[in-house]
Ligand binder design. Sequence first.
Ligand code: G
Ligand code: G
Ligand code: MN
Ligand code: NA
Length: 240
Amino acid sequence: MTFKPLSVDQFYSVGNTEALIRWKHPEKGMISPADFIPLAERSGLIIPLGNWVLEASCRQLAIWQKETSLHAFTLSINVSANQFYQQDFTEIVLHTIQKNGLPPHCIKLELTESLVLEDIDEAIHKMKVLRGAGVRFSMDDFGTGYSSLSYLSLLPFDEVKIDQAFIRRAVMVDHERDWAIVEAILQIAKRLEMGVVAEGVETEMQLSRLQSIACEFYQGYFFSKPVPAEEFLEVVMGTR
Ligand code: G
Ligand code: G
Ligand code: MN
Ligand code: NA
C-alpha cells in the first residue's frame, strides 16, 4: 500500500464522480490510461498500481466527506481484470475502505462486461462478498461489447453506465434506432432495479433528450472535463 507510482495522479469526472488515473510524463505530457493500463496489466504492475488507485481514491473521498456537507458523496473507481481476479482483492478493498473510515456504500467499483466474462463464477462470488459488506458495482462501457441481457440479470450490478460512444451516436439526429436502444436499456435497468448513468454527455441537447426519457444520472464534458482533486470542489460547487 506504500507504492507511489512515479508521476501518476488522479483526475475526477464531474456529474457522477469517477476517479481517473493520469500519467504525467516529463516529456510526452499527459498519457491516457487507455495507453498505459493495458501495459500495466501485462507487466503485473497493475497490482501495485491498482492498489494505489484504491488507496488514493478512498483517501480523497474521505477528505471530501469530512470537509464538505457532502457526507453521502460517492466515488466510482475503475478496476482492471488482473487486479480484480487477484486472490485477496476483496480483502484489500474492504481494508482500504475501513482504514479510511468510509461507509462502504459510498464506493462504486466499475467493472466491464469482458472482465466479468473472464471467470463469471469467480466474478459473481467476489461481487457478492463485497456487496454483502455494502460496496456497490457498476457495469462500465455498456452498449459496447456483447452487452448481454442475460448477464445483466445474472450479475449483481447496482448500475449500468451506458458507454459514451453509444450516447454520442444515439443523439445524432438520424440515429433514432440507437436512441430506441438507449430507451430500452433504461427500461430494462429499471425493471432490474439498477441505476443508469449516461456517459459522455457533452451538449445541452444530449442532456435534455436524456432527461426527457427519465435518465437520472450523467457524466461528461458538458458538466466539466475531469479535473484534479484541488479544483474539484470549486467546479462542483459551481464557483468558477
Ligand atoms: O480518462 P480516460 O478517458 O483517459 O480513460 C481511458 C480508460 O482508462 C477508460 O477505459 C477508463 O476506464 C480507464 N481508467 C481510468 N482510470 C483508471 C484507473 O484508475 N484504473 C483502471 N483500471 N482503469 C482506469
Ligand atoms: O471506460 P470509462 O467509461 O471508464 O472511461 C471514462 C473516460 O471517458 C474518462 O476518462 C473521461 O476522460 C472520458 N469521458 C468522460 N466524459 C466524456 C465526454 O463527455 N466526452 C468525452 N470525449 N470523453 C469523456
Ligand atoms: Mn469507467
Ligand atoms: Na464507460
